[in-house]
Each structure stands twice: as structure tokens, then as C-alpha cells.
Design a protein around this ligand. Structure first.
Ligand SMILES: Cc1cc2nc3c(=O)[nH]c(=O)nc-3n(C[C@H](O)[C@H](O)[C@H](O)COP(=O)(O)OP(=O)(O)OC[C@H]3O[C@@H](n4cnc5c(N)ncnc54)[C@H](O)[C@@H]3O)c2cc1C
Length: 421
């Protein structure tokens, strides 16, 4: 069969690694100009792999397969790089932290972590690309932004800038950044959408390493969630010891994110505090909701910048005019000191405060007034898509709405390829 794989991220890597020796002709269509310069994605930034049955996606992925995927990525590091991979276990039940968080109403989430780091991810991707390119069944087409996928009889016409091809089978693996293509396909085939309507909105929180040193040392990433009095689920996400806060660039707005290299460079740890918001009818545009809030933050910050506020000023509803003892790791031209209360809806702001104050009961200093908050951080969820609808059109990874992590997206790709004849 002639197969189009649209997008080359984690899910496509999983799919191609499994499908490459099945005798099909695989055409990988990636909108970036090369393997490295892609849109926003954890496969090109940070690279924290984790094995967990309680987070990363809503598909059932056996732990064995997750471990296999983690090993696949680690095998693409050289020996010295592999030694530099930081590992940890978030909330092993034997951990003294488990009981501490649990007793304060948090749900500690168990996972094993392997942190490759932004710098070494380049090598991993480069080597995977090299392996794939040496396979005669695989052809890469870079700089092809696919704009439509059309049924033509029992085949598909795939169209993009300067590209047109006919395929027997199409695998869409465009991640969250490819939502326009999904929207376009769903416009013609609304039957592929099963559900949606969730967005996570919150802030990136930054504090000195020493406050969370014990947690960082024991588990590298601590993941906890809690149901706030507002009814919203609040959680920590993407903890970066000795990390940097960075901008996440979209076409018409910016948000905030965090990452760290394999060798830590800063004195600060950052993590996201996210509030899950789900909507009911008639509203059906959670991406629009997250986008509007992010844009409001940019407007108040005067352009493609985010707002920065101390936690103390956030509590007191005061614009931050002066930073205290915690120095931001985000470069100064990327933020403006301001008041995040002017941007966050009240229910979300209250949920964050309750969560941080409760965290402060477990980790002294975590809710210290000098600590920093950057807004907005947003996690868009794709609509959930139905892969059972068509035999030869499949959606894998984050664009399918069923995964949210490198490990799960890669496993999803592998599972789809295993089903190929
Ligand atoms: C900044 C950031 C950091 C993250 N860090 C982590 C982490 O440390 N650990 C973790 O587990 N998860 C992390 N994630 C989540 C993780 O990146 C995703 O869950 C995972 O990469 C999803 O894989 P995917 O293949 O579905 O999408 P992606 O990996 O995003 O790949 C999609 C690919 O499709 C391409 N594409 C998009 N549209 C088109 C189009 N129309 N035509 C052609 N090509 C297209 C994109 O350029 C991209 O290369 C992070 C996400 C972000 C945004």
C-alpha cells in the first residue's frame, strides 16, 4: 500500500518504527523545513518521557509497551548521553511524600520519568531520522503543510503547499499544532468527532530550587492533583528542576511554558499549575476560550509577551511593580510585570490560590510571596476522534484527542501500525 503519514512527531515515529518493515511505501509529509525546526512539541523541547498508567492519554497502553518506547528513545542516545539521563519516580507508595500530600487532600500520581533534555533530543531525533531515511520503503517530504485530505473512491487525495499525492491509506499525526487540518477534515466529515470541550488554563510557577530540592531529588517531577472548592480539577504539570521558563509561540499569540536541558542551568524550578475547564452546550469552542484568555494576557502585556506577577501580589490583587528575591528565568523582553487577576476568570484564579495554599501546607515555602507566576499557560485538548469510522483513515497521537504525552503518542502510533496488514 502507498501510505501517507502526515506530520513527523512522536506518534509518527511510533507508527513508522513499527510499519517500516511491512513492505508498504511510507511517505512522511512534514510541514517543517527539516527534522529539527518544527512547531511546538515535546519531541523537540524538553523530552521528559514517562511510564504511567494514570496519565498521558485515555487509551489503554500496557506498561510493557510504554517501557519499550522509552527504551527506543534512550537507545538513540550515545552511552555518555544515556548516563546523563535523569530519572525519577513520582510518588512511589513507599515515598514519605505520598502520605504527606495524600493527607492534605491531594491525589499523588504515580509515574517513572526519564528526562533527556532539549539539547540531547536533537541527537535522538537526528539518529531516528537517519535510521528511517536509510530504509528504502520510507520517503520524507519536508516543507509540506498538508491542507486537505479528500476521499476519492477508496483512495485519498492529499493536498498541501506545492504537493499533491494519491494514497491508499492515510495516517494523520499532526499533533495539537495541526488542529487546522483536523478542523478541515471534520468540516467535511463531522462523523469522525466523538467528543471534546475541554481546555486547561493556568500559570507557570517559578521558585528557587532549594524550596523543592527534596522533591526534585527524589522524584524529579512531582505530579499531584486536587479538586478545588470551585469544583475544578487543579494539577501540577511539567516540573523543570534548574529549568527555564520559555515562551510558546503561536501564530497570533504567545503563552508560557517551561523546559530544562540535560545539564541544569538555572537556580530555579518551574512547573505549571493548570485548571481543567470543561463546557456544556451550547458552547463548543474550548480552543477559542483558551486562545481568548491568552490573547487578553498578551494585550495587557503590550504585544507578544506574557504577564509576570509575584505570588504575593497575585493574592493581594496588586499589579507587581518590583520583583523580590526570585529572579525570573524568562528573558526580560518576553514579559511585563502586571496583574494576572485582570486576565484569569475568577473561578480559575480562586482554584489556583486554593491549590497553592494547600501545597504550602505540604512544602514549606512553595507558596512564598516572592515566588513568580507567569500567565497564561494553556493546554489545548483536541476533539476526540473516532478511528473506527474508516478502515484506511487513522488519526494517531495528540491530534486524535486520545494522547497527551510523548510515550502515549508513540505507543498510539505503534498500535495503529500493528493493526496494518
Ligand atoms: C513545549 C512542549 C513541551 C512538552 N514537553 C513534553 C515532555 O517533556 N514530555 C511529554 O511526554 N510530552 C511533552 N509534551 C507533549 C508532547 O509533545 C505531545 O504529547 C507529543 O509530542 C504528541 O505527539 P504527536 O506526534 O501527536 O504530535 P507532535 O509531536 O506535535 O508532532 C506533530 C507533527 O506534525 C507536524 N504538522 C502539524 N500540522 C501539519 C500539517 N498540516 N502538515 C504536515 N505536518 C504537520 C508538526 O510540525 C509536528 O512535527 C510537550 C508539549 C509541548 C508543546
Amino acid at each position: 500500500m502507498k501510505i501517507a503519514v502526515i506530520g513527523f512527531g512522536a506518534a509518527a515515529i511510533g507508527f513508522v518504527s513499527e510499519a517500516k518493515d511491512k513492505g508498504h511505501e511510507l511517505h512522511i509529509l512534514e510541514r517543517s523545513k527539516d527534522i529539527f525546526s518544527s512547531s511546538i512539541s515535546g519531541i523537540r523541547s524538553d523530552g521528559k518521557l514517562f511510564v504511567s498508567t494514570s496519565m498521558g492519554g485515555d487509551i489503554l497502553v500496557p506498561e510493557e509497551m510504554q517501557k519499550e518506547v522509552v527504551n527506543f528513545y534512550l537507545e538513540h542516545l550515545d552511552e555518555s548521553e544515556r548516563k546523563g539521563v535523569k530519572t525519577g519516580v513520582s510518588f512511589d507508595k513507599r515515598s514519605p511524600f505520598f502520605g504527606k500530600f495524600y493527607s492534605k487532600g491531594f491525589e499523588p500520581i504515580n509515574a517513572s520519568f526519564y528526562h533527556i533534555g532539549t539539547d540531547h533530543l536533537k541527537d535522538v531525533l537526528g539518529r531516528i531520522y537517519e535510521d528511517f531515511s536509510n530504509n528504502k520503503n520510507i520517503k520524507f517530504h519536508f516543507g509540506v503543510k498538508v491542507e486537505s485530505v479528500e476521499f476519492v473512491g477508496d483512495k485519498f487525495k492529499v493536498l498541501g503547499e506545492g504537493f499533491e499525492g494519491t494514497f491508499d491509506y492515510v495516517v494523520v499525526a499532526v499533533g495539537r499544532s495541526g488542529h487546522n487540518l483536523i478542523k478541515q477534515i471534520a468540516l467535511v466529515h463531522p462523523e469522525i468527532i466523538t467528543s471534546g470541550n475541554i481546555v486547561d488554563v493556568g500559570v507557570r510557577y517559578e521558585l528557587p530550587n532549594h524550596i523543592v530540592q527534596d522533591l526534585n531529588e527524589e522524584m524529579y517531577e512531582f505530579k499531584v492533583q486536587m479538586r478545588a472548592k470551585t469544583g475544578y480539577l487543579v494539577r501540577t504539570f511539567c516540573n523543570n528542576p534548574s529549568g527555564q521558563v520559555v515562551l510558546e509561540e503561536y501564530d497570533d499569540f504567545v503563552t508560557v511554558n517551561g523546559h530544562s536541558n540535560s545539564v541544569g542551568a538555572s537556580d530555579n524550578t518551574n512547573f505549571a499549575v493548570l485548571v481543567s475547564t470543561s463546557f456544556t452546550e451550547p458552547f463548543n469552542d474550548p480552543i477559542g476560550y483558551g486562545t481568548y484568555i491568552s490573547k487578553l494576557g498578551n494585550i495587557l502585556a503590550g504585544g507578544r509577551k506574557v504577564l509576570l506577577q509575584t505570588y504575593g501580589d497575585f493574592l493581594e490583587n496588586k499589579r507587581t511593580k518590583k520583583i523580590g528575591r526570585v529572579q525570573p528565568t524568562l528573558p526580560q523582553d518576553n514579559y511585563v510585570l502586571g496583574d494576572i487577576n485582570l486576565v484569569l476568570p475568577r473561578r480559575i484564579a480562586l482554584s489556583i490560590i486554593e491549590f497553592m495554599e494547600r501545597l504550602g501546607d505540604v512544602v514549606p515555602g512553595i507558596a512564598y510571596p516572592d515566588n513568580l507566576m507567569y500567565a497564561i499557560e494553556v493546554k489545548f485538548y483536541s476533539n476526540k476522534l473516532d478511528n473506527g469510522r474508516y478502515n484506511n483513515l487513522k488519526f494517531i497521537g495528540d491530534c486524535s484527542g486520545h494522547t497527551r504525552s510523548i510515550t502515549y503518542a508513540t505507543c498510539h502510533g505503534k498500535m495503529a501500525a500493528k493493526d496494518l496488514q
